[in-house]
Design a protein around this ligand. Structure first.
Ligand code: FAD
Ligand code: NAP
Length: 536
């Protein structure tokens, strides 16, 4: 800290105790900064604190979906399955919080309501719903891209007399659906993970599907000691490959494009990816998300595999998407999802053909007049993604302008990190960065490390404040848009584009250049003395 540093209650105020916030708190504290954290949850975990629905697990392999910053930590932790369940991930995050005493920095069960810039001192005043006011030199949001649950806007929703739940706000004590007539609305990752588990308990299950989705078997399996030892022995290499990749996990695409190989080789490549499981299928070949016919070839292979899992061809017809390229929405990683519809007590209702007209005390009435009686309703309807939790906080920068106003036509950032008019304010792993397109734990470390370097640079050079320039923001917004527009990602009504939220501007929010390319960009900015930022 230089002599010019204004007096504040803390140096850095971090909002969020998910994987990103926890790492950032740890990193900055290790460097000697005073750090205070807040989370509206009662404990650490973020997404994994809130999403306790049956079947919740990661879709990036556990060895990779874990912190890389501490060798002892990665050597001492034993993952029990290829894709860890939510309870195991929470156990891991509790272990991390204990090991590095991270809870000490946080005030839990407290929402941050506002952050206001003092233009003179270039410090921030943060207010919470606990009535606390904290001044801080820096404000860092690690509020999560998928932390603002979204319920459908259907007439009569509140009149339902049975029990209802959103997957992203699941009760801690769990839910027993035994003997109940259950309705699940939504067939994204949360719906597709929970539907087989709910079906195993419910007397009757009705799934209300708006859009059919691409899902691929996880091929989840228990890990044995030999597999754990092998992975740990090679952890440094595994992480090195992950950092060189587009997705932040140690897998690369096939070395040739889709039609540079013959049919036999192509099918063998798809087959191998299929066996690998889940979301990686979207990048089997390097051109799959940019070339329509390459995408079609991958889609046709998917369709063959999936139709073979569904007994009734009429149901299969409803479950096969026809409205978007494969991978343009996040591919779901499932366990026996499509087979669930072969059970006699499970029914699929296509809302495209027969929308919900209203909910009443006893169930749901469809447009064709049918009434479906229900005891429980599960909303697996997703999130106001990427901007929802940012928007809920009143962030007031230069001239009293709010971030919400500045982002009204879509998020505007430089490198996803800074916005002009908001000095010393950072939003981590959010819009304008690789974020949800990659392994988010590594993305959190990437941002935490970059931020730590910047703060140290500022202190070493006696800088009080840092602010992205308007030009840098303009250029980055254009770069993000151009990159997304060169892909098929623009052709799906996805939450990446805000399409799931009525009225939200249609802007592709994450940076699609990939983990390694982005790392090179932000490293180069740092090496140049932070070009694109104005240092005061
Ligand atoms: P979060 O974990 O969302 O944490 C943000 C925290 O900020 C929350 O605890 C929230 O309570 C708090 N907060 C927000 N606003 C306020 C406020 N105003 N005041 C106080 N506190 C506030 N990504 C992967 O890479 N691999 C996966 O396998 C994977 N699986 C997922 C499974 C589910 C069910 C979901 C929903 C997402 C998954 N993701 C996955 C994406 C996930 O968002 C990231 O992996 C990661 O957990 C995000 O961490 P975070 O710390 O950035 O945000
Ligand atoms: P989601 O992908 O947005 O899916 C929401 C589902 O609800 C979609 O099927 C959507 O249909 C439907 N829906 C939304 N509003 C509706 C309405 N008004 N009426 C009817 N249906 C409606 O949300 P999610 O499943 O919670 O997943 C969000 C993201 O979190 C994932 O993409 C993934 O990144 C992450 N996640 C990962 C895992 C994992 O496997 N590790 C698990 C859960 C979540 P449309 O498609 O038509 O919009």
């Amino acid at each position: 800290m230089s002599e010019n540093t204004p007096a504040t209650d803390t140096d850095v105020l971090v909002v969020g105790a998910g994987v990103t916030g926890l790492y950032t708190v740890h990193k900055l504290r290790t460097l000697g900064y005073r750090v205070r954290g807040f989370d509206r949850a009662a404990d650490v975990g973020g997404v994994w604190y809130w999403n306790r629905y049956p079947g919740a697990r990661c879709d990036v392999e556990s060895f990779d979906y874990s912190y890389s910053f501490d060798e002892e930590l990665q050597q001492e932790w034993d993952w029990s399955e290829k894709y860890a369940t939510q309870p195991e991930i929470m156990k891991y995050l509790h272990h991390v919080a204990d090991r590095f005493a991270l809870r000490d920095a946080y005030t839990f069960e407290t929402s941050v309501l506002s952050a206001e810039l003092d233009e003179e001192s270039l410090t921030w005043t943060v207010r919470t719903d606990g009535g606390e006011t904290v001044t801080s030199r820096f404000v860092v949001f690690a509020v999560g891209c998928l932390s603002s649950a979204q319920r459908p806007n259907v007439p009569g929703l509140d009149s339902f007399a049975g029990v209802s739940y959103h997957t992203g706000e699941w009760p801690h004590e769990g839910v027993d659906f035994t003997g109940l007539r259950v309705g699940v609305v939504g067939t994204g990752s949360s719906g597709i993970q929970s539907i087989p588990e709910i079906a195993a308990q419910a007397a009757q299950l009705t799934v209300f599907q708006r859009s059919a989705n691409y899902s691929i078997p996880a091929g989840n399996k228990p890990l044995d000691d030999a597999q754990r030892e092998a992975a740990k022995a090679d952890y440094a290499e595994r992480r090195r490959l992950a950092r060189l990749s587009g997705g932040g996990s140690p897998f690369t695409t096939y070395p040739k494009k889709t039609f540079e190989v013959d049919e036999e080789e192509r099918r063998a490549a798809y087959e191998r990816r299929w066996e690998l499981g889940g979301v990686l299928y979207s990048k089997t070949f390097p051109d799959q998300l940019v070339d329509r016919s390459a995408n079609d070839a991958a889609r046709v292979f998917w369709e063959e595999k999936v139709r073979a899992r569904i007994a009734d061809p009429a149901v299969a017809e409803l479950l096969v998407p026809g409205d978007h390229p494969i991978g343009a929405k996040r591919i779901v990683t499932d366990s026996d999802y499509f087979e669930t519809y072969n059970q006699p007590h499970v029914r699929l209702v296509s809302l495209r053909k027969n929308p919900i007209e209203r909910v009443d005390a006893t169930g749901v009435t469809l447009a064709d007049g049918e009434h479906i009686a229900l005891d429980a309703l599960v909303y697996a309807t997703g999130f106001d993604a990427m901007t929802g939790s940012v928007d809920r906080i009143e962030v007031r920068g230069r001239g009293g302008r709010t971030l919400k106003e500045v982002w009204a036509a879509g998020p505007r950032t430089y490198l996803g990190l800074g916005t002009d008019g908001f000095p010393n304010f950072f939003n981590l792993t959010g819009p304008g960065s690789p974020s949800v397109m990659v392994n988010v734990i590594l993305a959190g470390e990437q941002h935490g490390n970059w931020l730590a370097d910047l703060l140290q640079y500022m202190d070493a050079h006696g800088h009080r404040a840092v602010e992205a320039t308007g030009d840098a923001v303009e250029d980055w917004v254009r770069e993000c848009r151009d990159r997304a527009e060169a892909t098929l990602l623009m052709e799906a009504d996805s939450w990446y584009l805000g399409a799931n939220i009525p009225g939200k501007p249609r802007v592709f929010m994450p940076y699609v250049g990939g983990f390694k390319v982005y790392q090179d960009v932000i490293d180069e900015v740092a090496a140049s003395g932070y070009k694109g930022f104005r240092l005061v």
